[in-house]
Write a protein that binds this ligand. Structure first.
Ligand code: NAD
Ligand code: DAU
Length: 352
């Protein structure tokens, strides 16, 4: 069995669904269902014997220790986190609590469990920590993409909390020998993406006839990866990664935010045209920039590609089209997650 934390969120749920579809191993899913966690994401596997869901906090040491002793996983994949940069700017406390303190407590429980394993099991055990390219800070236009040895220079409370958790994970390997793996991935997109993040927000607002908010000049660059490609990279790192190493994950898809929004508008114009025949692009609206907004992220994933033989299956063009189609076909899912709490966030963050 493997233990997945945060498996009801965007990437975690995609990982759980693809994991259970691909092999016979059981999966224990620990998630405390914050606003970002959604049992609907897991509807396809909820009746399955091989999927055990437990609602709980990675920082609850007693619970995590009990689960480890009871289910005896061979690996932990840690997705659980507060993940939205804008929310971290308005309220950093939850980010420190889950991403730093929670990861620390999870590591402590895992270390105690791991020390009690037999020799063979100890050596084969893995703790895979899912981190982000944002820990490396912001690139200038001419800079080469981030490598695994780029300097850690986080700029937001979110990225600082993720960098802190990365340091703890690294230290547990160096000091205690815990067989850890860390991945740093670029921006993901695809099914089950919560509509506070750029791509699902734009699709949702476009169809609702609302403004498509572009921060600042819209020329910030992100390096986009289809979520299932991130999941395949994590499976590969878990299977073949070298303990103590970190791996960058990305698909060489650098785009400005304006390019992404215009691509979405173009696909929507084709697949779900506006009643008045005009383009969704007319809904683009420039709004106040994000404080401390990182200008550019780009990932060099050659270590993962060359050493572990991973490659993404989707181009940006194929992945973004699949994503729009998924949202058009899953409007009920969107309706259910954009409830009262979501509306309060939108009003607080964007005003009227
Ligand atoms: P998400 O916000 O959609 O999901 C996070 C999940 O963790 C939710 O289900 C939530 O309920 C759960 N959770 C939060 N706090 C918890 C706690 N204390 N105990 C147990 N569960 C808890 O996030 P995501 O976009 O799926 O990101 C998953 C991971 O991948 C995060 O660690 C994030 O930093 C990292 N990451 C995300 C991206 C991206 O583009 N979304 C890119 C690179 C790395
Ligand atoms: O790089 C990986 C990171 O990608 C992950 O670690 C984070 O968990 C994930 O949330 C994501 O962070 P970003 O801040 O890059 O994602 P977001 O979708 O919030 O924003 C993408 C870009 O779009 C960013 O430059 C800000 C901009 N943006 C975002 C929103 C919500 C807008 O211009 N308007 C918006 O309304």
């Amino acid at each position: 069995m493997i233990l997945v934390t945060g498996g009801a969120g965007f990437i975690g749920a995609n990982f759980v669904l693809t994991w259970l579809a691909r092999n016979d191993e059981r999966l224990l899913n620990l998630d405390n269902l914050t606003y970002a966690g959604n049992m609907e994401n897991l509807a396809a596997v909820m009746g399955m014997d091989r999927h055990v869901f437990v609602r709980g906090d990675i920082g609850d040491t007693n619970l995590v220790s009990d689960l480890l002793e009871r289910y005896r996983p061979r690996a932990v994949v840690n997705f659980a986190a507060e993940s939205h940069v804008d929310r971290s700017i308005l309220g950093p406390a939850d980010f420190i609590q889950t991403n730093v303190v929670g990861t620390f407590r999870l590591l402590e429980a895992v270390r105690a469990y791991w020390k009690g394993l037999g020799d063979g099991e100890m050596g084969a055990f893995r703790f895979l920590h899912v981190s982000t390219d944002e820990v490396f800070g912001s690139l200038e236009p001419e800079d080469p993409p981030f490598t695994e040895s780029s300097r850690v220079m986080p700029n937001s409370p979110y990225s600082a909390s993720k960098a802190s958790s990365d340091h703890l994970v690294r230290a547990y390997h160096h000091t205690y020998g815990l067989p850890v793996l860390t991945t740093h991935c670029s921006n993901n997109y695809g099914p089950f993406h919560f509509p506070e993040k750029l791509i699902p927000l734009v699709i949702h607002n476009a169809l609702a006839g609302k403004a498509l908010p572009i921060y600042g000049d819209g020329r910030q660059v992100r390096d986009w990866l289809y979520v299932e490609d991130h999941c395949s990279a994590l499976r590969r790192v878990l299977a073949a990664g070298c303990p103590g190493e970190s791996y960058n994950v990305g698909g060489c898809n650098e785009k400005t935010n304006l390019e992404v929004v215009k691509a979405l508008c173009g696909i929507l114009d084709e697949l779900a045209p506006r009643a008045d025949g005009r383009s969704y692009g007319e809904q683009i609206t420039y709004v106040r920039d994000r404080p401390g907004h990182d200008r550019r992220y780009a990932i060099d994933a050659s270590k993962l590609m060359n050493e572990l033989g991973w490659a993404p299956a989707e181009t940006f063009e194929s992945g973004i089209r699949k994503t729009v189609v998924w949202y058009l076909e899953n409007q009920k899912w969107v309706g259910n997650v954009t409830d009262g709490g979501y509306r309060q966030w939108m009003e607080r963050h964007y005003g009227t």
